[in-house]
Design a binder for this molecule. Structure first.
Ligand code: ZN
Ligand code: ZN
Ligand code: ZN
Length: 595
């Protein structure tokens, strides 16, 4: 059936953090260039001597014999052990790249020199007869070879370091590496540090880099995140992300690593934050384009988030006043207006108007909306597990408790409770409401908690099949909050939140956003609140408006799903399975909450 096409993205975003632009890396690259540090993203493997066609055929034959003996135990997105490839096609293709088809031996072979030889051979004849699914296999194979080559390079560097254990010898080994590679000393130092880490305290990451399931850049994210940890802690933090490091985007991996580091070493994370806060600063530099950059660093997270929202609010004002530009341009304009106390609205002549202009209006305008997600045990002081601050990412337990206490002092704060399973997937949810006035003070006081948070049964039965009704006490003078907790499982679905019409009820939409806090694409981190609430099987085709057939998709991914050749399945456990035109499929699991 044909549906009206979904219009293009309006391009108005509440929050730019979902873009997964990896600003830290971009800034680092910019700074590196500025200070003549190497950008470090150029690979220097892969300059193979050209083989003659005869040689290639020979090598391929020899390699293929050996490689085909490897059992393809699993299909793989990027290689061995990675979930995602759609299904195994019997080897019916006659192309040179046949062995790279989904589930075929070279599609799942770990990165190695032989894989490079085979991939080289597959590209002979300009890809004649190679299917798109095989082509994806070749791309992934080179990706694994690239990671593998880097692992081998680091192994050789680690050996250089091992041979020079003396203090000065060790210091100057970095210079030797830098001379040889034409790199800066700082980069050579970092290469040696990573080579040693991978050899000793990050065995899982080293293995992933070696077989190519973890790219060089992702391995560096893991190494950098764990640099302050003890060896045991580093291993434990790595173990928290290894099962999904291959499929997370760099931004997603960075957030997962930050959470893992806080989980295994909360005090170290707190000390790191507090120590780094002393380096709070504003930096400016000239960019390659000739324009300038201005950046605040090591700022308090909640204030940085609030300031960012203030910039967006003012950008909307500018838009409303008729100023041209997309959201990025308007936010940049708002940023400067706020700092310089000027007013860029048309007709204001750019005059300083801090008090009366939009800067002043924004300052007294709508309060910033900040979502804090934290384990109840952390808030009650019973555990030191990380929380999550809006789209900024993981925060340590002390910061989470401070922010929660501050929020409790504001009567406009609302509270939601999500129950998770052992993996952090939401299985039940309740939204708090103040206890009705006429019932207050009837229940005895809950057990006192040091942090002012307590959570006790409310002595009422909840709806059938639910998790009962609970009483949440927050610090301060506010009334107790009553929370009725509903299950949100769809395996099987009893359709308890189904709407009869096309549009979801408020509760259904809310629960879908609790289950998937971001767009359900495998690579998209756009907050669910800014996404379309989409029917997987269209309503017009008989699809239910229910948790079992709907979920958040951003406008881009909503359009992508409707494009010929793309297909999305919504599984009973809340997984979304995306199948691409090449016939490969990729899963998105429900959001993992901090537990
Ligand atoms: Zn809620
Ligand atoms: Zn249902
Ligand atoms: Zn998306």
């Amino acid at each position: 059936m044909s549906l009206p096409p979904v219009p293009a993205d309006p391009g108005w975003d509440e929050d730019l953090a979902w873009l997964d632009r990896d600003p830290e890396r971009e800034v680092w690259l910019a700074r590196a260039r500025e200070h003549d540090e190497p950008p470090g993203d150029d690979e220097d493997y892969g300059n193979f001597e050209p083989f003659s066609p005869e040689e290639l055929a020979e090598i391929e034959e020899a390699a293929a014999d050996e490689l085909l003996a490897v059992t393809a135990a699993t299909t793989g997105r990027r290689g061995p052990g990675q979930p995602g490839s759609a299904r195994v096609f019997p080897g019916e293709s006659a192309s040179r790249a046949a062995a790279f088809g989904p589930g075929m031996p070279l599609d799942v072979l770990p990165g190695c020199a032989q894989l490079a030889v085979a991939a080289e051979a597959a590209m002979e004849d300009g890809f004649a007869g190679v299917s798109e699914a095989e082509l994806v296999g070749v791309v992934c194979a080179w990706d694994r070879v690239e990671a593998h080559a880097h692992a081998r390079k680091l192994a050789a560097i680690a050996e250089m370091a091992r041979r020079n254990p003396g203090e000065l010898d060790a210091e100057f080994t970095a210079d030797q590496v830098a001379y040889a590679l034409g790199e800066s000393r700082a980069r050579a130092d970092s290469l040696i540090g990573m080579a040693q880490s991978f050899g000793t305290r990050l065995p899982g990451t080293a293995a992933g880099l070696e077989d190519g399931t973890i790219s060089r850049y992702k391995a560096e994210i893991i190494a950098r995140a764990t640099v302050l940890l003890e060896d045991e802690e580093a291993r434990a933090a790595e173990a928290e992300v290894l099962d999904r490091a291959a499929r997370l985007t760099p931004g997603g991996l960075r957030a997962a690593m930050a959470r893992a580091v806080i989980t295994v070493a909360p005090k170290t994370a707190r000390e790191r934050r507090e120590t780094a806060a002393k380096d709070a600063r504003v930096e400016r530099w000239l960019q390659d384009t000739g324009n300038a950059a201005l950046m605040g660093c090591e700022l308090p997270p909640a204030e940085a988030l609030a300031a960012d929202q203030q910039i967006t609010a003012l950008a909307r004002e500018l838009k409303k006043a008729g100023l041209d530009g997309d959201m990025d341009q308007l936010r940049a304009r708002a940023f400067l207006d706020l700092l310089l106390g000027q007013d860029s609205r048309p007709g204001q002549g750019g005059a300083a108007a801090a008090a009366a202009g939009p800067a002043g209006a924004a300052a007294g305008g709508p309060a910033a909306r900040i979502t804090l997600t934290a384990p109840l045990a952390t808030l009650a002081g019973l555990a030191d597990r990380p929380g999550e601050l809006g789209s900024l990412g993981p925060v340590d337990p002390w910061l989470a408790r401070d922010l929660a206490a501050a929020a409790a002092a504001n009567p406009r704060t609302t509270w939601c409770l999500t129950v998770t399973d052992g993996q952090g997937h939401a299985v039940a949810h309740g939204c708090a409401r103040p206890e009705p006035k006429n019932q207050r003070n009837r229940a005895g006081p809950g057990p006192p908690a040091e942090t002012g948070f307590s959570f006790t049964p409310a002595g009422q039965d909840g709806p059938p099949g639910g998790y009962g009704t609970w009483r949440l006490r927050t610090p301060g003078d506010g009334p107790d909050l009553i929370i009725t907790i509903d299950p949100i499982t769809t395996d099987p679905c009893d359709h308890r939140f189904e709407s009869q019409g096309h549009d979801p009820g408020v509760k259904l939409r809310h629960l879908a956003q609790v289950r998937h806090t971001t767009c359900t694409s495998p690579i998209c981190r756009r907050p669910a609140a800014q996404c379309d609430h989409e029917h997987n099987t269209p309503y017009e085709a008989g699809g239910r408006t229910c948790l079992c057939n709907t979920g958040p998709k951003c406008r881009h991914d909503h359009r992508l799903k409707q494009h010929p050749g793309w297909k999305v399945d919504q599984l009973p456990d809340g997984t979304f399975r995306w199948t691409t035109p090449a016939g490969r499929s990729y899963d998105t699991e429900p959001t993992r909450y901090p537990i």
